[in-house]
Design a binder for this molecule. Structure first.
Ligand code: IPD
Length: 278
C-alpha cells in the first residue's frame, strides 16, 4: 500500500544519502584514482568506495524489509531478478566518472515488483540533486515536481548514446560509430555521450535531455530511472522500440512516445539490441 511504499522510499533516500556522503568524502580527499580496480575488462572499473557504499545501502534496506530480495551491482554471485519484491541497487553508477572526479555519478536504488520498478531514488551528491518517484505519484527533484521535455521531433532533440564499458573490440566500436554517423546526419540537433545511465535518465526525466539509449546495461543501472522517467511523463522502451523490460539489457528512454519511435527506427536499422556477439 501507499503508506508502506512511502516508508520504503524514506529508507531508500536515507541509504542513498549515506552512500552519497561517502562519495563526497572521496571527492574531498581526491582519492578516487588511487583505488581503481578492473572488473571484467580494463575499462570496466570498481573502487573500494563502490563496495563500502553498497554495504551501507544494503544494511539499511535489509533492516527495513528483511524479506525482500536484493540485486546489487557489487555483490558476488548475483541473484536473478524475479517477480518477488526486490531492492535493485547500484551504489555508484558512473564509476569511471567518479574516479575522474566528474559530477555526473550517482547512487541508484529501486524497489521492483514483478520485474517493474515501483519506487526509485537517484542521488547525485556533487550536483546536490535527489530524485524520487513512487509509481502513480509523480517524480520529484529535491521535493519539486519534475517533467520531461515533451520533445517529439528528432530535429530538435538532444540525444545521448553511451559507449560500452565492457568492450573496445574494433567491431563493437565500428558498429557504434556507424550508428552515431546515422543519427548525426539524420540529423539530430545534438548528440552527447554520457558516463552514468542513472544521471542521463534523470536528465531525460527533468527535460535536460530528450533521449538516452544503451545496450548492455543491467537492472541496477536503469531500475530507479524507469519509474522516475515514466512518472515525469517520459517513456522507457526497448532499443528496438518494444516494451521495456528491466532485465533485457537494453534501454531507450525518451521525452515522448513519438521521439522514442523516431530513435528506435534508426536503432532498428542497425539491429541495435546487443553488442555481445561482437
Ligand atoms: C555504468 C554507467 C555507464 C554505462 C554502463 C553502466 P557503473 O555503470 O552507467 O555510463 O554506460 O552501462 O554499467 O558500472 O559505473 O555502475
Amino acid at each position: 500500500d501507499e503508506a508502506s511504499l512511502r516508508r520504503y522510499l524514506d529508507e531508500a533516500v536515507a541509504a542513498a544519502q549515506e552512500a552519497g556522503n561517502l562519495m563526497l568524502e572521496c571527492f574531498a580527499r581526491n582519492d578516487g584514482q588511487s583505488c581503481v580496480e578492473e572488473k571484467g575488462t580494463s575499462v570496466d572499473l570498481v573502487t573500494k568506495y563502490d563496495r563500502q557504499a553498497e554495504e551501507l545501502v544494503l544494511k539499511r534496506l535489509r533492516a527495513c524489509a528483511p524479506n525482500f530480495r536484493v540485486v546489487a551491482e557489487e555483490t558476488a554471485n548475483k541473484e536473478e531478478l524475479t517477480e518477488a519484491p526486490t531492492w535493485v541497487v547500484d551504489p555508484i553508477d558512473g564509476t569511471t566518472n567518479f574516479i575522474h572526479r566528474q559530477a555526473e555519478c550517482c547512487v541508484l536504488i529501486a524497489l521492483a515488483v514483478k520485474k517493474s520498478a515501483v519506487l526509485g531514488v537517484c542521488y547525485i551528491p556533487k550536483m546536490d540533486e535527489l530524485y524520487t518517484a513512487i509509481r502513480g505519484h509523480g517524480a520529484y527533484c529535491n521535493g519539486r515536481r519534475i517533467s520531461s521535455s515533451g520533445c517529439k521531433d528528432l530535429r530538435s532533440a538532444m540525444v545521448n548514446q553511451h559507449l560500452p564499458s565492457y568492450s573496445r573490440g574494433v567491431k563493437v566500436v565500428d558498429r557504434i560509430m556507424g550508428l552515431s554517423r546515422d543519427l548525426l546526419t539524420h540529423p539530430v540537433r545534438a548528440m552527447r555521450c554520457g558516463g552514468s545511465a542513472g544521471v542521463d535518465m534523470m536528465h531525460v526525466a527533468r527535460g535536460r535531455l530528450d533521449a538516452y539509449f544503451e545496450v548492455g546495461i543491467w537492472p541496477w543501472d536503469v531500475g530507479a530511472g524507469q519509474v522516475i522517467v515514466e512518472e515525469a511523463g517520459g517513456v522507457c522502451r526497448d532499443t528496438l522500440g518494444g516494451d521495456f523490460s528491466l532485465d533485457s539489457r537494453r534501454i531507450l528512454a525518451a521525452s515522448s512516445p513519438e521521439l522514442a519511435e523516431q530513435v528506435a527506427q534508426i536503432l532498428r536499422k542497425h539491429r541495435y539490441s546487443s553488442l555481445d556477439a561482437e
